[in-house]
Write a protein of this length. Structure first.
Length: 292
């Protein structure tokens, strides 16, 4: 993954949040966070989550970066996140407009330690997640070390960007009503929970496949140079690393598809590839697929 030359990028899109106590108590959307976190940790973290004020109050906020050169966007994780979110903004605003839908960009924040959200409070152990109640993506950049050391992923820039694009995909689902229509209370290889997650993988593939044609606003410069086979393999490897079957194997237990909430490694890779190659919302309709 290489961002195209053509001037730098103004910062301020992604915020850095610090502080914010982990509150006690439950909340109606706590299960949403616990479910999203399981994608990246394979652990039930619901005991770490508690009720928070609807505005996710507490702590301090500042810009993650003020400005990024193209070189920094290619090398620095903070800048990579900042520019990836900008690229996702541009792509999904255009995609949803062409589909006749409305678009509102999500908030995006990096945190360390604890963070309070409208879905509850989380710790840095949770990894990246999307909170639909405040329409925000939350990222702990240290998660990518865990992805490599605990789950055996290769890592790499496009692997990181896949994670961001997946969480952004949940925001798209929130905007288009998928969250409201799906029954995410159960699990299983063909469950709505799995269909939601595989669709977000497919949406991530859509963005990656179009990123070399998505132009920076006001320019004729695409966000990304053509993705190489090696870079694509990094994203697919990350998708496999967070498959339910792989996580179950890594935890030392047997594979039980009846408990899956995010899909197998093969499913996650396949639906990312469908989005990458076919590049349409219709192709990513996992709810229309008879089998996943």
């Amino acid at each position: 993954m290489t961002f195209s030359e053509g001037g730098g990028f103004e910062g301020g899109r992604v915020k850095r949040r610090s502080g914010g106590a982990v509150a006690a108590g439950g909340g109606g959307l706590i299960g949403v966070i616990a479910l999203a976190i399981y994608l990246f940790t394979g652990q039930d973290v619901s005991p770490l989550l508690g009720g928070a004020a609807p505005d996710g109050g507490g702590g301090q906020e500042s810009s993650l970066v003020e400005y990024c050169t193209v070189e920094q966007a290619n090398e620095n994780p903070d800048c990579r996140l900042e520019v990836t979110i900008q690229a996702l903004d541009t792509y999904w605003a255009e995609e949803l407009a062409s589909a006749g839908g409305s678009f509102q960009a999500p908030e995006a924040a990096v945190f360390e330690g604890n963070v309070s959200t409208a879905c509850g409070a989380a710790s840095s152990a949770t990894g990246p997640f999307y909170c639909p109640a405040d329409q925000s993506i939350y990222v702990d950049l240290g998660f990518f070390r865990t992805l490599q050391t605990q789950f055996g992923a290769q890592g790499g820039p496009l692997a990181e960007m896949y994670v961001y694009a997946h969480e952004y995909g949940h925001h798209v689902q929130n905007l288009t009503g998928v969250f409201q229509r799906a029954d995410r209370s159960g699990g299983g290889a063909e469950s709505d929970s799995v269909r939601v997650e595989l669709q977000a993988d497919c949406y991530a593939g859509m963005w990656a496949g179009a990123a070399t044609q998505t132009l920076r606003p006001g320019t004729d410069v695409p966000y990304l140079q053509p993705i190489t086979a090696e870079e694509l393999a990094q994203a697919l490897d990350a998708a496999a690393a967070v498959g339910d079957d792989h996580i179950q194997q890594q935890s030392g237990g047997g594979v039980d598809s009846d408990t899956w909430t995010h899909g197998s490694s093969e499913q996650r890779q396949r639906w990312f590839t469908i989005g990458y190659e076919q590049g349409s919302l219709e192709a990513c309709d996992t709810f229309a697929a008879q089998t996943l």
